[in-house]
Design a protein around this ligand. Structure first.
Ligand code: FAD
Length: 373
């Protein structure tokens, strides 16, 4: 059977990788949009401390974090060692000891069915600063050893290269669906038509325009995010943990002195890729209040990405109702680097007609679809 995957962010790359590994014939199309979420993403994999109560979402996030160890070894077997993934741990910081106690309780509760959380340790303010030297003096923390950072671009590229090693082909260009009444038969890209038994749409925040010709309004909205990369000179940042402050921002480090701070959450901005004064002001003021030791670092770049959100902030996965041979997954929102590799593996199973680990009725595509007919 032949499959075409439209959109090679983390979700499409993972879908294609898992599909090709079963021997399926796979073509991947990507338009390299400015604002691709996967390239802009911070890269935190630590879903367990969340206060979000939605169980369907948590199941995916938990499963996604757990799946990483299997994925990384699969990629290593394919010779892909530059995945940008490292379990550096995270510290969730606060000045209020009672809040920290609650956080620790929540972590221990979640540990009961998620051993991948690893060790949970309370750290004093001094111990917290030993782990992350730029931190302000007043913060103590809860340390989670199983948390990780991942370079979205590096992981996505290794999944694509992995897929190519197993025989997938990659085409850069703008894909449009080819359909005959209610059956999707292939795609058109760069003036050429390609037929497939199944087309899989993993087009992130841009998916709506692909489905419009079918008379479908796909309810995905882009949430704009600006995120800043800093450089701390010769400082060895390679082992620094992810910092989760009490505000809605975060700080994480990569090797080579790179520190990432952000990100903004901007609704109703459409596909505006501008870096703005207000956005930077929010990012800098929040980051430096938490970690004044970052003040003297050099500004390397600001990235802008669009988090794809579907209704209820819940991902969707499944067949597009009313159409044959068309699958879609979307809505990875703010946790797509965590969830994407896992959901892509599940989407590949769905395409192959194999049993899934997740209950897809919890992530019904119909909830994100408005028929225009
Ligand atoms: P995308 O990565 O946006 O990819 C979609 C792709 O489809 C694009 O390449 C686009 O060009 C292509 N495409 C669209 N239409 C077409 C077409 N017609 N033809 C061809 N190609 C097409 N998640 C975490 O788990 N942890 C984090 O720390 C984290 N931090 C984030 C920080 C920022 C600033 C942002 C923006 C996101 C963050 N996320 C994080 C969320 C995560 O990045 C996203 O949820 C995830 O990357 C979405 O992946 P995707 O593959 O669905 O979409």
């Amino acid at each position: 059977k032949t499959y075409i995957v439209i959109g090679a962010g983390i979700l499409g790359a993972s879908t294609a990788y898992h599909l090709t590994k079963t021997g399926a014939k796979v073509m991947i199309i990507d338009r390299q949009d400015r604002g691709q979420a996967t390239v802009a993403a911070a890269g935190i994999v630590c879903p367990w401390l969340t206060q979000r109560r939605n169980q369907a979402w948590y199941k995916l996030a938990k499963g996604g974090a757990k799946y990483y160890s299997s994925l990384i070894s699969q990629l290593e077997e394919d010779g892909e060692t530059e995945t940008g993934y490292k379990k550096v741990g995270a510290i969730s910081i606060h000045t209020d000891e009672i809040k920290l106690e609650k956080m620790e309780e929540r972590a221990f509760k979640r540990l009961e069915d998620a051993s991948e959380i690893g060790e949970i340790t309370r750290l004093s303010n001094e111990e917290s600063r030993e782990k992350f030297p730029p931190l302000a003096e007043e913060y103590s923390s809860v340390h989670i050893s199983g948390a990780a950072r991942v370079n979205g671009r590096a992981l996505c590229q290794s999944l694509i290269r992995g897929a190519e090693k197993h025989g997938a082909t990659l085409i850069y260009g703008n894909a449009a669906l080819i359909f005959n009444e209610n059956k999707v038969t292939g795609i058109k890209v760069n003036g050429e038509a390609y037929l497939a038994d199944q087309v899989i749409v993993t087009a992130g925040a841009w998916a709506n325009e692909l489905l419009l010709p079918l008379g479908i309004n796909f309810l995905v909205s882009p949430q704009k995010a600006q995120i800043v990369h800093l450089h701390m000179g010769e400082t060895d940042t390679s082992e620094w943990p992810v910092i989760m402050p009490p505000n809605n921002q975060y700080i994480l480090a990569f090797a080579g002195g790179r520190v990432v701070i952000g990100a903004t959450h901007e609704d109703d901005k459409g596909f505006d890729t501008r870096v703005t004064a207000g956005g930077l002001n929010e990012i800098y003021s929040k980051a430096i209040a938490v970690a004044p030791g970052l003040s003297d670092s050099e500004v390397l770049e600001t990235r802008v990405g669009f988090r794809p959100f579907t209704p209820g902030f819940l991902p969707v996965i499944g067949a597009v109702p009313g159409y044959e041979s068309l699958l879609i997954a979307n809505g990875l929102g703010a946790s797509g680097l965590t969830v994407g590799p896992y959901l892509g593996a599940e989407l590949a199973k769905l395409a192959l007609g194999k049993p899934l680990e997740i209950d897809i009725s919890l992530y019904d595509v119909a909830g994100a679809i408005e028929s225009l007919k």
